[in-house]
Ligand binder design. Sequence first.
Ligand code: UD1
Length: 417
Amino acid sequence: MQRLVIEGEKKLSGEISVHGAKNSALPLLAACVLAKGETVLHNCPKLSDVYAALRILACLGCKCIREEGSVSVNTDSLTHFNVPDELMSQMRSSIVFLGAILGRIGRCRLSFPGGCELGPRPIDMHIAALEQMGAKITEEHGTLDCDVGKGLHGAKIVLSFPSVGATENIILAAATAKGTTVIHNAAREPEISDLARFLNACGAKISGFGEDTVYIEGVKELHGCEYEVMPDRIVLATYMSAAAITGSELTFKNIRVQDVEAIIPVFEQMGCAVCPIENKMFFSAAKSLRACKTIRTMPFPGFPTDAQAVVMAALSKARGTSIVVENIFSSRFGHVDELCKMGADIKAEGKIAVINGVKRLSGAKVRATDLRGGAALVVAGLGAQGITEISDIKYIDRGYECIEQAFSSVGAVIRRV
Ligand code: UD1
């Protein structure tokens, strides 16, 4: 089993480029199902979750080719509608294939999705919305069988919570449905806008994305296009946390400042200087980090739940007491016990974590418990005295393209063994 070994407390310097966003690439790959002919996605990250999505596409009958940073998907021979359990269980985002397959083929059979253990992750909103659009969905022994009969139709859908996955599934199903679909209380995450822009480039008619009411006027069919995946805002937050905890100056390339506007003030409160210019960000850490007022994870444009763990790792070495309130998932503090093994002083109960900053973290043998929690251990390891050894790094590889190479390129001592 692979591990990451980090010799911490090294100053970092130089430039790191932020790769394409996992949380955008996966719905875009699902969306390819709807587009006839060939689609090419550029800046598509090389991640295990992306490979799993490509395997799903191959199972459906698509021809997928990866060349460097690009992936091409040809759907001309797409005929199947079953997604194997083994692939569904690998990642949560596999559920967005449901809306896309229903839109293209009218039938779909798949099991409940897997992904990181962050507490219950129901899909009731996805199912209720698709049923409103005319899908008949039955569940037996954990397998969902979905059929749209004569086809999907537009509907007015009011979400009880701005769910990212449900908004994506509805947009995908509605893109080629008959009539117009309106989603009220839609998720506003930048990845939703990326999906809508991609579908529009394929011939869809979607407006209002990035706001809480999204309109999707169904079109007869979609065609392939070339599209560039947006940069990963959570990878950027991870790099910022690494720069902060190591007291470093770094430049981040290929960023979009509008995606991280809720994250920047947290680092400014810690005393770091953040200067975004066009698609670059210059980051200079505080000599000694300061604690933050309360951070509450919220749907976009609030502070993202995915950045909670990495920022907490940086705060574990900040002077004073910080508080983190996790409002999206009921069990997203798996990294806390591991950070404490490294000398952090963090108490987590329910949705609240209290972080009393310590002067020093020390290297330890720790285990990644989930994707972002694993990345938090890398951040902590970079800021800790001595050697940190992280196991179960398969979680980290789900969302970070060769994380050890990115950090080694700016002076970190980190290797995969
Ligand atoms: C969530 C995050 C997203 C992040 C992703 C991976 C939010 C709002 N969403 O997206 O930013 O990138 O995890 O970590 O921050 N829910 C239901 N029923 C449903 C769907 C969702 O009750 O049918 C609940 C979930 O249990 C959760 C909340 O709604 O408490 C947010 O879910 P949702 O946005 O759908 O989750 P993801 O799409 O996985």
